[in-house]
Design a protein around this ligand. Structure first.
Ligand code: HEM
Length: 255
């Protein structure tokens, strides 16, 4: 008979109360939420993929908040630890978009009536990630109904300082007037430079997400309008060049 001991597991196990995997992860509740799907061959897949995105968005928000607070507190190594994880998840989300094009255009056309006016455009967490990172220009009209709990959540985010602001404050406190000087120094041991690059990793992955999403959408629905009521691909293309930290991109031209 094979025992844990045979695999060397026992020696590394810490004595703790018995916890069962499924209950530790609340799998019954989590997976129950994946059961309500449109009656369509791609329905379950479509719902699950979006739910998976939202779970990762939730994690990204948590890590970004912590990274912002670390930057304000001046604990740069902690911020870098968080931002490294964020970038890892960001890249995963770009790749995750590849799975969408396993739905055929005809499959999506027949799924579409089941979706009504639901669209990723209404993802509150996606918009919160934009606001928390530093992209705040366009407001959220149409994303959350005025007066709703979601609108209140987004307005709360707009009142909070962003990650971009936390970095600007950190630079000021450390006496860096113009970040181009920081970039010119190119010093590999500069923690401020390391943060700039970590922020750009996040920004670049999100820019890649926008492009990848627009391409997948074009492949699935061509130039039809979106379920959320926008022009579809044209709208998505209009957002492709948005950036969380535009100044960190601009200084590259000034080097
Ligand atoms: C079958 C796959 C998909 C199609 C055809 C599609 C289509 C679209 C379209 C046309 C828009 C523009 C708004 C509208 O009028 O609806 C949009 C926006 C958006 N979608 Fe998707 N989408 C798909 C999958 C996803 C997935 C898996 C996510 C992940 C959460 C997502 C997140 C978003 C977000 C966040 C926006 C708003 C982007 C912005 O405002 O810049 N989409 N989508």
């Amino acid at each position: 008979m094979t025992t844990h001991q045979d695999h060397g597991v026992e020696s590394t196990m810490v004595a703790s109360p018995a916890v069962e995997y499924g209950s530790f992860l609340h799998l019954d509740a989590l997976l129950a939420a994946t059961q309500q799907v449109p009656d369509h061959p791609d329905g379950r897949f479509f719902v699950l993929v979006h739910q998976a995105f939202e779970i990762w968005f939730e994690l990204i928000l948590h890590e970004l908040e912590a990274a912002r607070d670390d930057l304000f507190a001046g604990t740069v190594p902690d911020a870098l630890y968080r931002l490294r994880r964020v970038a890892g998840v960001d890249r995963l989300l770009v790749t995750q978009l590849d799975t969408l094009t396993t739905i055929s255009p005809a499959g999506f056309a027949s799924l579409r009536p089941h979706l009504g006016t639901a669209s990723g455009f209404q993802s509150i967490r996606y918009r919160e990630i934009e606001y928390l990172s530093g992209l705040r220009g366009r407001g959220h009209a149409g994303v959350a109904p005025p007066g709703s709990a979601d609108a209140a959540r987004l307005e709360g985010r707009l009142r909070e300082p962003s990650l971009a602001e936390a970095y600007r404050v950190l630079l000021r406190r450390r006496g860096v007037g113009d970040p181009v000087r920081l970039l010119r120094s190119g010093r590999p041991d500069s923690d401020l430079l390391a943060v700039a690059e970590a922020l750009l990793d996040h920004d670049e992955a999100w820019a890649a997400w926008r492009m990848r999403h627009a391409l997948a959408v074009e492949r699935l629905i061509g130039h039809k309008p979106g379920t959320g009521g926008s022009s579809g691909v044209e709208y998505l293309r209009s957002r492709r060049d948005e950036r969380f930290f535009p100044e960190l991109w601009e200084i590259r031209t000034r080097l």
